[in-house]
Design a protein. Sequence first.
Lengths: 288, 133
Amino acid sequence: MASMRDIKRRKQSVTSTQQITKAMKLVSTVKLQKARAKAEQTTPYFNAMYNTICGMLAKAGSVNNKYLSDNGSNKIGVIVISSNRGLAGGYNSNIVKMITGADMKPEDVKLYVIGHKGGESLTHKGYEVVKDYSPVMEAPTYPDAMVICEDVLEAYASGEIGQIYLVYTHFKNTVSQIPKLMKLLPAEIDEADVESAKTSNAEALMNFEPNEEEALELIIPKYVTSLVYGALVEAVASENGARMQAMDSATNNAEDIISDLSLKYNRARQGSITQELTEIIAGAEALS
Amino acid sequence: MADNTFKVSIITPERTFYEGEATMVEFNTVEGEIGVYPKHIPLTTVIAPGICTIHEAETEKKAAIHAGLATVMPDQVTLLAEIAEWPDEIDVDRARSAEDRARERLASKDENIDVLRAEIALKKALVRQDIKA
């Protein structure tokens, strides 16, 4: 059995670890609330954007747009949103798994990473990182998303990449965050939504200025940007949610270890007292 | 809802910028400036940098809107703006220095300059100063 001093020292170190995890949990709880409020504010913009796109496609039918059809390149551009800091449970490794588990060959993939953690482990696995926007993750703003999209869309327009995917963590609620792989371009719009836009009268009468094709060309980049921005703010919320959970369970585990160690310590103390007593009694008996 | 007003909402990715009843809205599109009254035919158009004026029953409000798209319905106008600012949110000095920078870039004959981008930056800077004036 470990000595009393060893147990005591161990207990102290676990207690200080627990203090840290507890503080980190509180910090991420506050950050989560902020990030969540921000994520919720982007929803109306995104929904309105999506409806407009559906309306346009319903009106325009199958237009020949460079953003909607394949451009022949077999390279795949992937925008990866992970975090700059660790200690968030499986948050970053889940993102990495989304890419390694997807049906893509590492040599065909060009990565645009946001967040050090995901970038590092993917480089390690042999993926090519074209550009790193990690500082954005500290406080993502819409202009940040515009910069990223501009780069990616330029690569797409020049034929460098033929498809654009987005990998991020969807914030379902505080306890559940789901990593997601989403295809951005060529744009895939749900047929059913287009159909319903077609049948609603107002949309059928919609006019476009400039005409549908030009308007689509101007609007699709905005649509992609809004998706990327939405993903960024959701990822921030998810990161903090994941960290909050990870730190919560770390705090609980520390609690368990401490109570276990306390028990051991008390037993050892009891044992040593008993031993001393027996020694004293044995000594006294030997004298008499 | 009275007959001569309609719902106007300006939504940016970061917030719902404005929501209210108005008698008329004016804004700038890539095809030129337009003014919209209630019962306009349905229209979707792309916004160019400019001043958006919202005429409410008694007052009128001005805002700088830089990019985005507009959906006009007979009883509703939705502006999806990528950037929108009220006059009191604008920093004139910053706009002025942005104007100088953009002009400089346009004046230099460097081939690496993204002319389109510089032009947009210049337009934004001018709109910001305009609305403050």
